[in-house]
Write a protein that binds this ligand. Sequence first.
Ligand SMILES: *Cc1c(COP(=O)(O)O)cnc(C)c1O
Length: 359
Amino acid sequence: MSRVYNFSAGPSAFPESVLKQAQAELLEWRDSGMSVMEMSHRGKFFSLIAEELEADLRALMAIPSNYKVLFLQGGASAQFSLIPQNILNGKTKACYVNTGAWSEKAIQDAKAVCEVVVSASGESGKFTSIPDLSSWAIDTDAAYLHYTSNETIHGVEFQTIPDSKGLTLVSDMSSNILSREFDVSQFGLIYAGTQKNMGPAGVTVVIVREDLVGHAAKGIPPVFDYAQQVKNGSMLNTPATYNWYLVGLVLKWLKEQGGVAAIEKRNINKAEKLYNVIDQSSLYRNPVEKTVRSRMNVPFILADEALDKPFLAAAEANGLFELKGHRSVGGMRASIYNAMPESGIDALCEFIKEFERSH
Ligand SMILES: *Cc1c(COP(=O)(O)O)cnc(C)c1O
């Protein structure tokens, strides 16, 4: 079997050239005489990989020098608890905007640590829109305002950075980091698991303004204390070395593509093509309000649920995989991250039109 177009929400498709490079370097990295997997994380070869990884991410996102960049474990999910434990800094509450399944999880986990003020919620509209900013209840006594930049399951994405009314802004960018330009200086903290847009599962990127570091709750395990990890270059203990290397390769690939601005243009074009086909059909429907539709995750529902199974089977027969929607939303979902080539979008568009014609 040959490689298919993989629309998985995460872990998700890699750029093929990166996989080939990893394959070519599997036994021996550059002149090191060993695989990256076998290297000491303190050795000179891995130190080079780690330095390039951070430098490339800083360059791609234009991260200002007063921000620290961490590469941690535990996934974005661990950060749901670790963010309040690290940055409440004596305050007792935090504001959260609830725009879908991932916001809900972040809220749930933060509640075990502090008082959570839900500033706005899209729940009554089944998370198909983002509540108007003017209606957000922002509590100025809160330590920060948290929002989920792209809701991977509901397919809802902020198109601009919300005004936090002076509160420190914190964002879960797991599924749209590096897919569009962000002005990092507007955030106190950005975090993202790498398995959507940056590489394999197993690394969590935390970009944090330096004044927020050093205020962790007493008794926090040292590996979860941002200050300890900053001091140790994210190597307080053995990091996920091979995964760091793979993320590094994806970042180099992205630089070759022209960087974030260039990939954003392509992402806009890819998403537009797919939404147009869905909107023009009478068989498929995307429930999300047009102004907040995600460029990364495109859910679509078939008019007749009985067609779901035949749709998925026919899609696979055409080399289009992992299109089944999340169980909480139903229908289909196409995740079209940076690594999904335009040819994959074209193949999907052709297929969904053809399936409509024949059903
Ligand atoms: C996938 C995802 C997560 C969870 O990531 P884990 O690495 O599995 O913890 C959190 N937030 C968003 C927006 C996601 O897409």
